[in-house]
Design a protein around this ligand. Structure first.
Ligand SMILES: *[C@@H]1O[C@H](CO)[C@@H](O)[C@H](O)[C@H]1NC(C)=O
Ligand SMILES: *[C@@H]1O[C@H](CO)[C@@H](O)[C@H](O)[C@H]1NC(C)=O
Ligand SMILES: *[C@@H]1O[C@H](CO)[C@@H](O)[C@H](O)[C@H]1NC(C)=O
Ligand SMILES: *[C@@H]1O[C@H](CO)[C@@H](O)[C@H](O)[C@H]1NC(C)=O
Ligand SMILES: *[C@@H]1O[C@H](CO)[C@@H](O)[C@H](O)[C@H]1NC(C)=O
Ligand SMILES: *[C@@H]1O[C@H](CO)[C@@H](O)[C@H](O)[C@H]1NC(C)=O
Ligand SMILES: *[C@@H]1O[C@H](CO)[C@@H](O)[C@H](O)[C@H]1NC(C)=O
Ligand SMILES: *[C@@H]1O[C@H](CO)[C@@H](O)[C@H](O)[C@H]1NC(C)=O
Ligand SMILES: *[C@@H]1O[C@H](CO)[C@@H](O)[C@H](O)[C@H]1NC(C)=O
Ligand SMILES: *[C@@H]1O[C@H](CO)[C@@H](O)[C@H](O)[C@H]1NC(C)=O
Length: 623
């Protein structure tokens, strides 16, 4: 095998480690959210869209899309806060009132579902294991019943959250508010099938389908006139009121503070889902999936067009890939999901109601989650994706420079063939072998430092070495000025990340593209033109114009022998692949699978001793 072939093999192997299999979630998830506090904001996931970004309306009349290029499954809101679980459930993003996103969770194995956001607390259940993951409020974390507790459902309200334990179907509550333990005590050993939490009260359906409310009743928020088995399907609780959807005709009934006055808005209207703010409620109308809101805290003059919010039609539930909906598929599911998944019908409580003493459930043995949630969440949020390709950088540098494996592959004897007029590229040629090898050593140790700082990469066994306080300190409490882009990974960071502050799989593709360009050119991600401190230039800006102009030979690393005929084509294919990887638009970048396919083709070209130059066009398929 030739040098190029060896390198390609290594890069392919490394790229394959970036492929993560992501499963979509089943079950229902909230697709309409309200955020309250400084400005009332209503958000939802639009129907009939290929890319399901979060659409929002704010009380100043603005409508906008949070992260238009990323699809979400579910969305929930709280005090000056909107959070969304990304399609597939592997990541949780939250936005504050200035709409700067923060990634709070990233884990491709333990996927999230059942997102719930109270005022300051964010909780979600992991798929399969049904463990509660909560963040933001440390007091809440400390009072979580048990890391290994399994929940049937959870809900967050003002200052506390409650969940229904899988094993006993009883209610357990936790949080910073003292109400938590009071309400848990009031539910006692009642067996429940669902739970919703409000200000100082919580309601749910018990296992025989009756509505049960506990907690403060200052405004009559606990009392409901009519309570027959399975009369209600969905619940939404505000600070001092309760609303429910009637199962039979999907109309809404509210009780508690200011509830009866607003019957004029909801009478005769059927809803797919409802969600409560502090002192108002919003519902997704069944007729055309538009949102209307009502309640003492809702000012009708906010919406100039009447009661209907200027939001597009929203999804009535999350679009999931599986056809394995437990309780059937929503009508027109395919159309609503734009041909990309289905919406599962919410399971009827008659079906989902667990037996009073459930049969032993067969669960795969689980490693007990040993670390505090925030730490895991934030460590992965900060270093997860970046770590994934730092390993590649190391592998590639090792192979390239030979410093790790003990045999150098650098052809020192080859003289540059680059025209002297191009000052960009002419500098390495004058370096003596001695100083060149010290450059190589520097590069090698740089690579090791990268590996150390990327210890939580998906394919290394080592646990992350960051504590939560480490991360807070290192990022100046996650201030924008301290994004990791300014750290040791500069040059490999996806430019989209600077704008969005979020790393995606396509960010890894960008990093991989930079590494490929480094390989081709023999330059660092950021290097200085000229020996003594010229202007720094990125390898992307250096190489891409030349590749586009078909002047690949001008930028190829002169230390490697000129490619033979068959290798030349392989190198060209690698160059074009790399160029597509560093596209500024993440969406336009190829997938890792496509990259691997192209690199494998390049490898095949190298192995082809006849130097055949007949091959199909370069195919780079973007998602
Ligand atoms: C929102 O978050 C960003 C970044 O974390 C921060 O700079 C900004 O001050 C926050 N805004 C508010 C209103 O909290
Ligand atoms: C996902 O989370 C589990 C449990 O917290 C952890 O053991 C695992 O290492 C995480 N995996 C990844 C890829 O982050
Ligand atoms: C997570 O959800 C997916 C899709 O619903 C399912 O295929 C998978 O088995 C679930 N994982 C576990 C551990 O149950
Ligand atoms: C149910 O699970 C909780 C949390 O894991 C545990 O504390 C409790 O002992 C369990 N109860 C029974 C009856 O297994
Ligand atoms: C339910 O709680 C009551 C006391 O509140 C207790 O006497 C009773 O034994 C409990 N029942 C079960 C099945 O644990
Ligand atoms: C559910 O609540 C109703 C009414 O309060 C009660 O009659 C019924 O026994 C409860 N079911 C269970 C399983 O506790
Ligand atoms: C409903 O009634 C309330 C209170 O009387 C009033 O403020 C509001 O404008 C009414 N809404 C509609 C749509 O009639
Ligand atoms: C829906 O059902 C409730 C109670 O069964 C009834 O009072 C109400 O009039 C019904 N509404 C419509 C529009 O059918
Ligand atoms: C709810 O009621 C409490 C008193 O019980 C009051 O302090 C609080 O302001 C009320 N909240 C709203 C949003 O009405
Ligand atoms: C949605 O349906 C309601 C009636 O249920 C109607 O008043 C409203 O104009 C419709 N909105 C759109 C955008 O079609």
């Amino acid at each position: 095998m030739t040098t190029v072939a060896t390198l390609l093999t290594a890069v392919i192997a490394a790229a394959l480690t970036l492929i993560t299999s992501v499963h979509a979630l089943g079950g229902s998830a909230p697709t309409v959210a309200v955020s309250y506090g400084d400005a009332t904001t209503v958000c939802g996931i639009p129907a009939e869209q290929q890319t399901r970004g979060i659409q929002c309306w704010r009380e100043d009349g603005q409508t906008f899309c949070l992260s238009p290029y990323i699809s979400f499954d579910s969305v929930a809101g709280g005090w000056n806060l909107i959070c969304g679980v990304r399609s597939g459930g592997f990541s949780l993003l939250c936005w504050n009132t200035t709409f700067s996103p923060k990634r709070l969770y990233y884990n491709a194995t333990f996927l999230l579902q059942d997102l719930t956001v109270g005022d300051h607390q964010i909780c979600a259940l992991t798929n399969g294991t049904r463990n509660a993951n909560c963040c933001r409020d440390d007091a809440v974390l400390a009072q979580l019943p048990s890391r290994s507790a399994e929940f049937r459902s959870i809900s967050s309200g003002l200052g506390f959250s409650c969940g229904i334990l899988m094993n006993t179907s009883t209610v357990t509550c936790w949080g910073s508010s003292a109400v938590a333990s009071v309400i848990q005590g009031q539910f006692g050993n009642l067996t429940m099938s669902s739970i919703a939490v409000g200000g100082n009260h919580a309601c749910g359906l018990n296992t025989t389908g009756f509505l049960e409310c506990r907690g403060s009743n200052d405004f009559g928020q606990l009392g409901v006139q009519s309570n027959s088995p399975f009369e209600y399907s969905a619940l939404a609780l505000g600070a001092n009121h309760t609303c429910a959807i009637r199962r039979m005709n999907n109309t809404v009934i509210c009780w508690g503070r200011g509830a009866d006055v607003w019957i004029n808005v909801t009478e005769g209207v059927s809803f797919e889902s409802i969600v409560a703010g502090l002192d108002f409620t919003c519902g997704l109308r069944s007729t055309n999936f538009t949102v209307i809101c009502w309640g003492p805290g809702w000012r009708n003059d906010l919406v100039s067009s009447g009661v209907e919010l200027p939001l597009p039609s929203l999804l009535p539930g999350a679009c999931v890939q599986e056809s394995t909906c437990n309780c059937g598929i929503y009508p027109e599911s395919q159309k609503l999901c734009s041909g990309n998944g289905n919406i599962c019908r919410p399971c009827d409580a008659t079906v989902s109601a667990p037996p009073v003493s459930p049969p032993p459930t067969i669960n795969p043995p689980r490693r007990s989650p040993s670390r505090a949630m925030t730490k895991g969440l934030l460590a992965f949020a900060i270093v997860g994706s970046v770590g994934a390709f730092s390993g590649i950088v190391t592998i590639v540098y090792c192979l390239w420079t030979g410093v790790c494996c003990g045999h150098k592959k650098i052809h020192n004897s080859v003289q540059p063939t680059i025209a002297g007029s191009n000052s960009n590229a002419a500098h390495t040629s004058n370096t003596s072998p001695l100083s060149r090898s010290s450059t190589i050593r520097r590069q090698g140790s740089r690579a090791f430092r990268r590996q150390r700082s990327g210890t939580s990469s998906k394919h290394t066994e080592r646990a992350e070495e960051f504590t939560f306080s480490d991360l807070v300190a290192a990022t100046n409490n996650f201030s924008l000025e301290n994004r990791i882009g300014a750290g040791s990974f500069v040059g490999y960071i996806d430019p989209e990340y600077y704008g969005l502050n979020v790393l995606t799989a396509k960010s890894d593709v960008y990093g991989l593209g930079v590494v490929l360009l480094e390989l081709l050119t023999g330059k660092r991600a950021i290097f200085k033109i000229g020996e003594n401190g010229g202007a720094p230039i990125s390898v992307v800006d250096f190489a891409v114009p030349a590749i586009m102009a078909g002047e690949l030979s001008k930028i190829l690393d002169t230390r490697v022998g000129p490619p033979e005929l068959n290798e030349a084509e392989a190198v060209e294919l690698v160059a074009y692949t790399a160029m597509h990887c560093v596209n500024l638009e993440g969406r336009e970048r190829p997938t890792i699978t496509d990259i691997v396919a192209n690199l494998e083709r390049a490898l095949a070209l190298c192995d082809d001793s006849h130097g055949s130059i007949s091959s199909g066009p370069i195919s780079l398929i973007s998602e």
